[in-house]
Design a protein around this ligand. Structure first.
Ligand SMILES: *[C@@H]1O[C@H](CO)[C@@H](O)[C@H](O)[C@H]1NC(C)=O
Ligand SMILES: *[C@@H]1O[C@H](CO)[C@@H](O)[C@H](O)[C@H]1NC(C)=O
Ligand SMILES: [Zn+2]
Length: 522
């Protein structure tokens, strides 16, 4: 540990199970504790510098320039510690010397953050290249009057806390799904979807008038929305908080509990699955590839259409742990399959699902959790929307300043490692992007078969565990013949809470330990 600075683990946000690594596959297989690293990709620390330019990449392995690169100042060349490629510095680095280093070469800056310009952004002096955060609220109305009252006031409070430029949309559901057109102020305009049938993304767009020609960009986007994302959908369904606060508040005032009659002895007919499908389709049409959250507020189990977890008949009990264990939950597999597809769609769009469920009985989180996990969303379970567990947690999402959770969007993590190190996978809130490469292990743990992962939602406390394997045999690496240090590089691009694109790079080194030496010692 002495080779590392005082708080190097804290700055880098990387902690390993082993700080010296076995050199060979055989030695590695003798380690009872797996070779792994817990990584906090965007942990905040005052000693992490922000560099206002783009990074340099190795031309062979595309890892980034870092303090462990060997630099020949006279020849203006740097040698990549991962693949040993010699790279020429570009012209704008011609002034570098031992006493004039760019930030990313300072020995203590093993973690740096580059601030990049946003793709497709229009320069704006007041808010330089910031992308507005997007919140699509999806509200269940199958609740008793009192509960709906609680959740409405929580929503109103939240909308009041949003930054003025945040884009807001609103979907309500019960037996059917209602998409509210907020940009249509004269009278309230609503698009209704049947809750009983699975609906494709194209059908959603068609019905909302966003398919084909409707997707064509039109003029007069709300301020802060960049050209790249502009579509007619943005001006109709997702409006800046400052423009739609009044409309939304009066809409909430008028909103009633679901009016479809519930037969005695039956559960309310609630189409959570179709509602989430429609919401994901709407965001996909309006803002693909830019950070957005679907915030679902759910008061009971899905009983209608795809994603159903239980029949409407109250004499039919909701599946228990025992039922799941014995494979005796007839709706379970089909529902999970449905939500897996929604997860896939949302990951490809870069969007997050947050789930706030309040009910005395179960609401089906076991079936829906796949979407939350893969997209890096939040789950809060409470007994009532009037309970402080819900109220306080919900408020925290929207708080700024000291209290802020630092919710960030559209993250991608890439990992590079020294030769002979293989990545088995990651356990944590992310999805494999199935990007194969030489450092992908055959055995998979968690989200694997890749060197690149999507993290649609991430924050300062997000933590992942990466599992590694060693591929070299004794013969391929006779002790003492190669570099005694191993290197790992974690590269995270993401959209920060201020709407700026950041690229954080952490490069760490640890020592190989020769099996011969270690067995002598042991
Ligand atoms: C979101 O992430 C993807 C993949 O990293 C990237 O191509 C895209 O430009 C990002 N979107 C924004 C708005 O930064
Ligand atoms: C580094 O990562 C990139 C992207 O995942 C990959 O193409 C490249 O092969 C990796 N290089 C090494 C040395 O792992
Ligand atoms: Zn390289």
């Amino acid at each position: 540990m002495s080779e590392m600075g005082a708080d190097q683990e804290g700055i880098d946000g990387v902690r390993m199970t082993w700080n010296v690594w076995p050199r060979t596959k055989v030695e590695a297989s003798k380690c009872v504790i797996p070779i792994a690293a817990s990584v906090s990709p965007i942990r905040s620390h005052p000693d992490i510098p922000t560099l206002p330019y783009a990074p340099l990449r190795c031309k062979t392995c595309i890892s980034l320039l870092n303090p462990f690169c060997r630099v020949d100042f006279a020849a203006k060349i740097w040698i990549c510690p991962f693949c040993f490629q010699r790279n020429h510095f570009p012209h704008h680095y011609s002034m570098i010397s031992e006493s004039n280093l760019p930030g990313e070469l300072y020995p203590q800056y093993t973690t740096v953050e580059y601030s990049l310009s946003n793709p497709g952004a229009v320069p704006d002096v007041a808010a330089p290249q910031s992308i507005p955060p997007v919140f699509l609220f999806v509200l269940d109305t199958c609740m008793i009057e009192e509960e709906l009252g609680f959740v409405k006031s929580a929503l109103k409070r939240a909308i009041g806390l949003l930054p003025e430029n945040a884009l807001v949309g609103f979907v309500s559901f019960g037996t059917q799904v209602q998409v509210h057109e907020l940009g249509f102020s004269e009278i309230s305009k609503v698009y209704v979807f049947r809750g009983s049938k699975e609906i494709s993304k194209d059908q959603v767009l068609e019905q909302l008038g966003l398919g084909g020609a409707g997707r064509r960009a039109v003029g007069g986007y709300p301020k802060g929305v960049q050209n790249g994302y502009a579509s007619s959908g943005v001006t109709r369904f997702l409006l800046p908080a400052s423009d739609c606060e009044y409309t939304l508040n009066s809409l909430l005032d008028e909103l009633q509990t679901d009016q479809w009659p519930v037969q005695p002895g039956h559960r309310a007919s609630r189409c959570t699955g179709v509602a989430l499908s429609v919401a994901a389709g709407l965001l996909g049409a309006c803002l693909p590839g830019t950070g957005a959250r679907i915030i679902a507020l759910v008061g009971g189990p899905c009983t209608e259409g795809p994603g159903t977890i239980i029949s409407k008949d109250l004499s039919d009990p909701v599946r228990s742990h025992k039922d799941l264990d014995k494979d005796a939950a007839p709706y379970f597999k089909k529902a999970v399959q449905f939500y897996e597809n929604i997860a896939k769609q949302m990951v490809s769009q870069g969007h997050v699902l947050d789930l706030f469920a309040s009910a005395l009985d179960q609401v089906g989180v076991a079936e829906m959790k796949v979407v939350v996990e893969r997209t890096g969303g939040l789950v809060v379970l409470a007994e009532s929307f009037g309970h402080s567990v819900f109220k306080d947690s919900f408020k925290r999402i929207f708080e700024e300043g000291e209290q802020s959770l630092g919710l960030s969007f559209n993250g991608t993590l890439e990992i590079n490692c020294s030769k002979d190190i293989k990545i088995q996978g990651i356990i944590g809130p992310c999805t494999s992007l199935e990007k194969k490469g030489p450092s992908v292990a055959d055995t998979v743990i968690g989200e694997g078969s890749t060197t690149s992962w999507k993290m649609c939602g991430l924050d300062k406390t997000t933590c992942l565990t990466v599992f590694f394997d060693i591929s070299s045999s004794d013969r391929s690496n006779p002790p003492g013949t190669s570099n005694p240090q191993l290197y790992l590089q974690f590269i995270v691009s993401y959209q920060n809470p201020e709407g700026q694109t950041r690229l954080r790079v952490t490069t760490v080194t640890r020592r190989w330990v020769d099996s011969a030496v270690s067995s002598e010692v042991g």
